[in-house]
Design a protein around this ligand. Structure first.
Ligand SMILES: Nc1ncnc2c1ncn2[C@@H]1O[C@H](COP(=O)(O)OP(=O)(O)OP(=O)(O)O)[C@@H](O)[C@H]1O
Ligand SMILES: [Mg+2]
Length: 338
């Protein structure tokens, strides 16, 4: 019998864990709620529920910032709680496959390894995988044999744009833009045009439901605090106003896709032209984002069917299919490259 294994995609917004013992993916908010005395109060979706609502003595935060581990102590707690939940506290000796962004420093990459090693979870083996390769596998691409695959993963705080070929990464760029930037854009336009202060959660809800609101030809109804009177009010925001502001935010992502395309060797460009762009990450579901990318790049866009869980699905393939094991590497190999 093969050993128990976890495939871990630590996102800035969401933590996704593939667990071989149940063949499931857990997807919850990567958040922690801590009391003033530094005791764990809640983690995951339960911590998110308290976000923007918690009293002063409870601090709700994200252990990751811009795709890298910002608070290793908090990240360890969240990971350990989820692993213990999945295994009833009997997860010792499991194998860990962890995805990491490519365009970060070796120290930042190593922090993902150290997190597992020092977690107290007693791992048997820790393997790393570049996130974009796992994304490719998660979208059903045989990344080992495919040439010239452009993967764009638009997440919560980051967007990773990568060109893959023959099991490796030719180019990769991590930019600090993602779902959160779109939420911020909605908040600032509502403030500017309607004098209304809305929370991050409200802005995200508007963003996520934009497609269905537009289909119903209705405005986005939001609740917030009036800047002048300070009183809670309800306002109807026209969707074209939101569309325009989201298009502005998307343009930074599209400019970076073009930059990567300019740097791509011509033979690989030809492959990318044939296949189109592979769009994934939770924000791939954003209304009109695919159309804007098509318009900006003149390339076809293939949108992932499970954008948030795409990396975890790829890690699951690596764990289940020995043919893909070479996509993962051990930290020992990584140290040799340094
Ligand atoms: N239907 C939807 N429309 C628009 N955005 C969506 C939709 N569903 C999810 N999102 C957004 O996807 C983002 C989360 O995606 P994902 O889980 O891929 O990010 P992450 O992996 O946590 O972040 P990162 O990769 O940047 O570290 C959130 O900003 C969320 O609002
Ligand atoms: Mg992600």
């Amino acid at each position: 019998m093969s050993n128990l294994a976890f495939g871990i995609d630590l996102g800035t917004g969401n933590i996704k864990i593939y667990f071989s013992g149940k063949d499931t993916i857990t997807n919850e908010k990567n958040m922690i709620a801590i009391t003033k005395k530094d005791n764990l109060f809640a983690y995951g979706d339960a911590a998110f529920d308290m976000f923007e609502k918690a009293p002063q003595n409870i601090k709700v935060s994200h252990p990751l910032v811009n795709g890298v581990i910002a608070d290793i102590g908090h990240m360890t707690i969240v990971l350990r709680e989820f692993v213990n939940e999945l295994t009833d506290g009997r997860g010792a000796g499991a194998d860990y496959y962890v995805s990491v962004p490519t365009d970060v420093t070796e120290v930042e990459k190593r922090a993902f390894y150290d997190l597992i090693k020092d977690s107290g979870l007693k791992p048997r083996k820790i393997m790393m995988t570049e996130k974009s390769l796992a994304d490719g596998l998660g979208m059903g691409i045989d990344v080992k044999t495919s040439q010239g695959v452009l993967v764009v993963d638009v997440g919560y705080e980051t967007t990773e744009i990568s060109v893959l070929s023959l099991g490796g990464i030719v180019l990769s760029k991590l930019i600090k833009s993602g779902g959160r930037k779109f939420d911020d854009a909605i908040r600032s336009i509502v403030r500017k045009e309607f004098g209304l202060v809305i929370g991050e959660k409200t802005a995200e809800q508007v963003k996520v439901s934009l497609g269905s609101i537009e289909a119903a030809q209705e405005p986005a109804v939001v609740f917030g605090r009036d800047l002048v009177t300070g009183l809670p009010v309800e306002r109807a925001i026209p969707t074209d106003l939101i569309d325009n502001t989201l298009a502005d935010t998307a343009s930074a992502i599209i400019d970076n896709i073009k930059l990567i395309l300019e740097r791509t060797p011509p033979e690989l460009s030809a492959d990318i032209y044939k296949h189109g762009i592979y769009l994934t990450g939770g924000t791939a579901s954003l209304a009109h984002l695919d159309e804007l990318i098509v318009k900006g790049t003149a390339l076809k866009v293939n949108r992932s069917e499970s954008p948030e869980e795409c990396v975890a699905l790829g890690l699951a393939r690596i764990i289940k299919d020995h043919n893909f094991r070479s996509i993962a590497y051990s930290i020992a190999e990584m140290s040799e490259e340094v």
